[in-house]
Design a protein. Structure first.
Length: 131
């Protein structure tokens, strides 16, 4: 190395071989924790694997999530706020509606429950198939 760079970057000596046993134990512990987590909680599949209906809803004022959850209770949908000013929400009905007719029915029920105060920006029917 040129002489000037020695003032900024000091040579380091890290004993990676000496720390291999600690790294192996830590790695094994993390693997066991991961396996135990999957065994107890199961996998969390998203809409890509389960299929269902995805709706993006917008309101002119800030959306009250408690009020929206109350309106859509009993439908088994998930709500996820989008954006910084909380005027948009993603509504997903996972694993529901194996065919297009059922998906359209679910979509129309959600539209009916929301009323006129929400604007539906997009509706996607997602099938659980790859390819």
């Amino acid at each position: 190395m040129p002489r000037l760079i020695h003032y900024f970057i000091k040579p380091t000596h890290v004993n990676f071989i000496g720390a291999r046993k600690y790294a192996f134990v830590l790695s094994l512990l993390m693997c066991l924790i991961s396996i135990a987590s999957v065994a107890t909680k199961g996998m969390n599949y998203g809409i890509d694997f389960k299929g269902g209906v995805l709706m993006e809803v917008q309101s002119e004022q800030k959306i009250d999530m408690k009020d929206l959850r109350a309106k859509l209770s009993g439908l088994g949908v998930d709500l996820q706020p989008v954006g910084e000013n909380a005027t948009e929400v993603l509504i997903t009905a996972l694993g529901r509606g194996d065919n297009e007719q059922e998906q359209m029915k679910i979509s129309s029920v959600i539209r009916e429950k929301l009323g006129d105060e929400y604007t539906i920006r997009r509706v996607e029917m997602v099938g659980p198939r790859v390819g």
